[in-house]
Design a protein around this ligand. Structure first.
Ligand code: DX5
Ligand code: ZN
Length: 216
């Protein structure tokens, strides 16, 4: 199974995003995670299109965009044009997830669906065979630097069962509270992609930290 690290730009030094992108380019991270928060679905506001365009300019790796916004359907096209390679939206933010999935696919980019830790994993069943990726939040969306919710391992196992039952091909990503200590257990649990913000950017040597996450 392929192991992917997707460092979250949310924890980077915003005064020097070019350096953050160059670090990613030089590292073993395969993706860059980009958290879009609207202050409505989540109680925090991060960044949007112009910053994504800047990341696209400097980062050579695929941009893994995580939308934490209401009305995602309104913005799919603009995020695709600004440089998203993978676009993941929250199940909770739309009455018609299938419509959003189709809109993202029509842009020719990869599509992901995600849920917060208080949403039953079973809601994902109708969608696992229609998306490239399922993101399980392992903290409540909104802020970096929160503690990993241990009950997430059961949710990962449940998602794996659903994927197996539906013979779906999607990969599993987790986001929130991931660090060098829990990375190996998460990969062993069947997670393909680990998002890590503070655990990567708030260390003296992020490139080495990414290496450790892949090799512990
Ligand atoms: C939280 C974001 C995460 C965040 C993770 O809402 O979706 O991507 O950046 O940060 P850490 O790794 O510090 O928990
Ligand atoms: Zn995220």
């Amino acid at each position: 199974m392929k192991k992917i690290i997707s460092p979250s730009l949310l924890s980077a030094d915003f005064g020097n995003l070019q350096a953050a992108c160059e670090m990613i380019n030089a590292s073993e991270a395969e993706w860059l995670h980009f958290d879009v928060m609207d202050g409505t679905f989540v109680p925090n506001i991060s960044f949007g299109f112009p910053v994504l365009e800047a990341a696209k300019k400097y980062c050579k790796k695929p941009l893994d965009v995580h939308l934490m916004i209401v009305h995602p359907e309104k913005y799919v096209s603009r995020f695709a044009k600004a440089g998203a390679d993978i676009l993941t939206f929250h199940y909770e933010t739309t009455e018609n997830p299938l419509e959003v999935i189709e809109l993202i696919k029509a842009e020719g980019i990869k599509v992901g669906i995600t849920i917060n830790p208080d949403v039953p994993v079973s809601v994902l069943e109708p969608f696992v065979d229609k998306v490239d990726l399922v993101l399980l939040m392992t903290v409540f969306a909104g802020y970096g630097g929160q503690q990993f919710i241990e009950a997430s391992y059961e949710r990962i196992a449940e998602l794996k069962e659903i994927i197996k039952k539906k013979q779906a091909k999607c990969i599993i990503e987790v986001d929130g509270g991931v660090n060098v200590q829990n990375a190996a257990k998460l990969f062993e649990s069947g997670v393909n992609v680990l998002v890590a913000g503070s655990a990567v950017f708030n260390t003296p040597n992020p490139i080495e930290t990414i290496h450790s996450m892949l090799n512990t």
